[in-house]
Design a protein around this ligand. Structure first.
Ligand SMILES: [Zn+2]
Length: 489
């Protein structure tokens, strides 16, 4: 099978054919850095990290760009609230974003261009759009005229007329309600840059057009992002880019499903909600990685097909822990057999492995079905385990059987490696994500209770000794009004 990719633009799977043979350019919309990253910010990076690894494995030379939106209404507002410069706020959260990516092992991104470093590129495209009649300045703003673009709305199947109803244009200088800003006039006290239309700052959508085309050319191979960015962000990116160049903006639009978290409603009912910064049910990415470890978070994010929503609940994570432990237990089991002393020859197990390897590749060729690929890895792990049991190699230490089992396991690790898995098994063991997680949790909670009792009895020496002792083994406590929480590090 050859690679097929689901294209949001055509709403079907298509054979994958990049613009330039052998080369792939991927642009993924990155974060607006006005707050700490939450798990939703990691979904795209982890998925595309696996996608890039797979494309590289298939022999493509891949360039992957993720932008940083470091100027935006939300940033301006938050910086004002905190009384710090916008740049300082943006730099702090950009740093956090990079740190979490690093700790998750997302290391395939080639560059992270920032909007504020590309103001000139943005102004140039905006000026071109005005010159070509697709955009017009009004009171220091520049608007994109959606009625000038005949296929505006094609990505999300919308018609301009449907969006016009009931929307006013008064006071905005807009010709049509659906027109969107390429350049925004500066309000007093806002960060701004000089432009032919006066002091101002770029709109959000134009940043991505300017940066993606600058680094990857006028037609990108893959444009990715969360499903929630399809409209208006990607629709507008597409309209302004294609109006500017007259060429298709992206060959394949790939949209990943959103993270859903189960929250308890006031009524006591559980309900599913999209996770986003504005709902407030956000799980900090830092906390998650520290608590569950990089292997488990990657496993969790890749074991759902990327186009489907990711259900995020304690139950799902705990199931992932159990499922992932199947691999680590197998690796340890095979290691205990000792190093093979001969080459693995042709065997029934070797043939079974080859079948699974091919099925894994078929899954990945089918629109990067990482969930299906991981399911095949589980089947393969099951085959190796049953080989170990049936062959009795743990008793006999038969050299040929050891070689066969070791070789099969090496293939399993290699397949996981294509998805970026199994690189941090030692670190994974160190976090409370291993099999002893339950025990560690219970022991720490017991110690927290002992400390609380000691404090109640005014035995502060014992209470301090518990805190100090835990700190020495890398566990810190934090007393909050509603109880004491603990974390590693
Ligand atoms: Zn974007």
């Amino acid at each position: 099978m050859s690679l097929r990719v689901y294209n949001s633009l055509t709403r079907q799977k298509e054979p994958f054919k990049p613009v330039q043979e052998g080369k792939v350019g991927i642009y993924l919309c990155g974060p607006t850095v006005y707050k700490s990253p939450h798990i939703g910010h990691m979904v795209g990076p982890v998925i595309f990290d696996a996608i890039k690894r797979y494309l590289t494995f298939r022999g493509y030379q891949v360039t992957w760009i993720v932008n940083i939106t470091d100027v935006d209404d939300k940033l301006i507002e938050k910086a004002r609230e905190l009384g710090i410069p916008m740049k300082e706020l943006a730099e702090k959260h950009t740093r956090e974003y990079h740190e979490v990516l690093r700790d998750l092992g997302v290391d395939q991104i080639d560059s992270f261009p920032k909007a504020t470093d590309h103001i000139d590129d943005i102004i140039r495209i905006t000026a071109q759009l005005i010159e070509k009649g697709y955009a017009y300045p009004a009171d220091g703003n520049v608007w994109f005229d959606v009625t000038r673009d005949p296929d505006y709305g094609k990505l999300t199947n919308r018609r301009v007329e449907d969006q016009e109803a009931g929307r006013a244009t008064e006071g905005t200088g807009k010709r049509n309600p659906a027109d969107f800003a390429l350049w925004k006039a500066a309000k007093p006290g806002e960060p701004s840059w000089d432009s032919p239309w006066g002091k101002g700052r770029p709109g959000w959508h134009i940043e991505c057009s300017a940066m993606s085309m600058k680094y990857l050319g006028e037609t990108l191979d893959i444009h990715g992002g969360g499903l929630d960015l399809q409209f208006p962000h990607h629709e507008n990116e597409l309209a302004q880019s294609e109006s500017c160049t007259g060429k298709p903006f992206a060959r394949y639009w790939m949209h990943n499903g959103l993270t859903r978290i189960k929250t308890k409603a006031a009524s006591g009912e559980w309900k599913n909600e999209k996770m986003s910064g504005s709902i407030g049910n956000v799980v900090s990415a830092r906390e998650l990685v520290d608590t569950f470890g990089p292997e488990l978070i990657r496993y969790f994010l890749l074991s759902t097909h990327y186009r489907r929503p990711i259900e995020f609940t304690d139950e799902v994570l705990s199931n992932c822990q159990k499922a992932f432990a199947v691999f680590t237990r197998l690796f340890e089991r095979i290691e205990r057999l000792g190093k093979p002393t001969q080459e693995a020859g042709d065997s029934e197990l070797a043939r079974v492995v080859e079948v699974h390897r091919q099925r894994f590749l078929d899954m990945m060729d089918d629109d990067f079905n990482t969930a299906g690929a991981i399911a095949v890895m589980h089947e393969l792990a099951g085959e190796i385990n049953s080989f170990v049991e049936k062959s009795g190699v743990e008793r006999t230490h038969d050299a040929a059987a050891i070689a066969a089992a070791a070789s099969a396991t090496a293939t399993l690790r290699e397949l996981g490696g294509i998805l970026g898995m199994f690189r941090f098994l030692d670190r994974q063991k160190a976090v409370a994500g291993g099999e002893d997680a339950d025990l560690v949790e219970k022991l720490v909670i017991l110690l927290i209770q002992v400390r609380a009792e000691a404090r109640k009895a005014k035995n502060f020496a014992t209470a301090d000794a518990v805190r100090k002792g835990l700190a020495e083994i890398g566990i810190s406590l934090e007393d909050r009004p509603d109880g004491t929480i603990w974390r590693k590090g």
